[in-house]
Design a protein around this ligand. Structure first.
Ligand SMILES: Nc1nc2c(ncn2[C@@H]2O[C@H](COP(=O)(O)OP(=O)(O)OP(=O)(O)O)[C@@H](O)[C@H]2O)c(=O)[nH]1
Ligand SMILES: [Mg+2]
Length: 279
């Protein structure tokens, strides 16, 4: 039976539970970042940390019991309680920080949820196809082509990513498109990272306006990359304007891209890798 030897090792105390979990993750690892995390866990990194926490708590408990039992005999000093209090508070902070960080483990285990979003017809489905290197989503010159969410699994710089293409965001009148837009908004709410796509030929070159356009697409606290697509259609002048505007600080990391010619793909992948490393 798969897992039999691990189970026996666990029962005999040769592996603790976190190491067994690490082994399971290692077996199922599909990307380099997943493999590294699983190895660290298997080698006992987590187990050692939890053991340390356990020791701190046991010690605190022993001090408090000693205080209760012997403080009247004056054998135990008054400051014991405040020392225990300080140690437990530090531990509390450590655990809180660890839990927050645990989200990273979760992202590595199940994949980062990246969502492509933007107005209709800007090339969102083309971007999905470019990144997964196959025609997974239908591309057409008709605005409102994508309705259902199209999902692909990718390995970007060693990070597992579940990338979703969504319907173009607009006030649709067609009921099926409306459902598509509502599914897109739902995906956006649960995204770990948003690839916001705008058409470079019609994008406002005023940073404040561009910021506003972006604000209507992306939930305010979600990390985001701005992709200005159809760069192949830009003249030299507009290209310079776009470039200048795109690198103003309040705007998220931005890149010019052409899904048609592939120009800008490398810098997009580089940005993606950087963002993933920061999540
Ligand atoms: N010139 C040029 N055309 C592009 C580029 N990317 C996409 N297109 C064209 O733009 C049109 C729309 O592309 P899609 O990928 O379907 O756009 P979308 O954002 O998914 O559109 P919806 O699903 O309707 O919201 C198609 O005709 C594409 O061939 C590009 O980089 N350059
Ligand atoms: Mg589409």
């Amino acid at each position: 039976e798969p897992g039999e030897f691990t189970r026996r090792a666990f029962h005999r105390g040769k592996l603790d539970l976190t190491a067994a979990e690490g082994l399971r993750d290692l077996i199922h690892a599909e990307t380099e970042a997943q493999r590294q995390q699983a190895l660290r866990q298997m080698e006992g990194e987590l187990g050692r940390l939890y053991q340390q926490w356990g020791e701190t708590l046991t010690q605190a408990l022993a001090h408090i019991e000693a205080y209760i039992d012997f403080s009247e005999d004056d054998n135990v000093e008054e400051e014991v309680l405040s020392q225990v209090d300080a140690a437990v508070q530090t531990l509390e902070q450590e655990i809180a920080a660890h839990l927050q960080d645990g989200r990273r483990g979760e992202l590595l285990r199940s994949g980062v949820r990246a969502v492509i979003a933007g107005p209709p017809n800007v090339g969102k489905s083309s971007l999905l196809n470019l990144l997964c290197q196959r025609p997974a989503a239908i591309v057409s010159p008709v605005a409102g082509t994508t309705r259902d969410v199209v999902e692909v699994s990718l390995n970007v710089s060693g990070y597992p990513v579940v990338l979703s293409d969504t319907a173009g965001l607009r006030d649709a009148t067609d009921p099926i498109e409306q459902e598509g837009v509502s599914r897109a908004r739902d995906r956006l709410q649960h995204a770990d990272l948003v690839l916001a796509v705008l058409d470079a030929t019609t994008v406002p070159t005023e940073p404040a306006e561009l910021g506003a356009a972006l604000g209507s697409l992306v939930p305010p606290t979600t990390p985001c990359i701005l992709v200005l697509n159809k760069a192949d259609l830009l003249g030299g002048h507009t290209r310079a304007l776009c470039d200048a505007c795109a690198h103003r600080p309040p705007l998220p990391p931005t890149t010019l891209l052409s899904c048609k010619t592939g120009e800008g793909t490398d810098s997009l992948l580089q940005l993606l890798g950087q963002q993933l490393a920061q999540l």
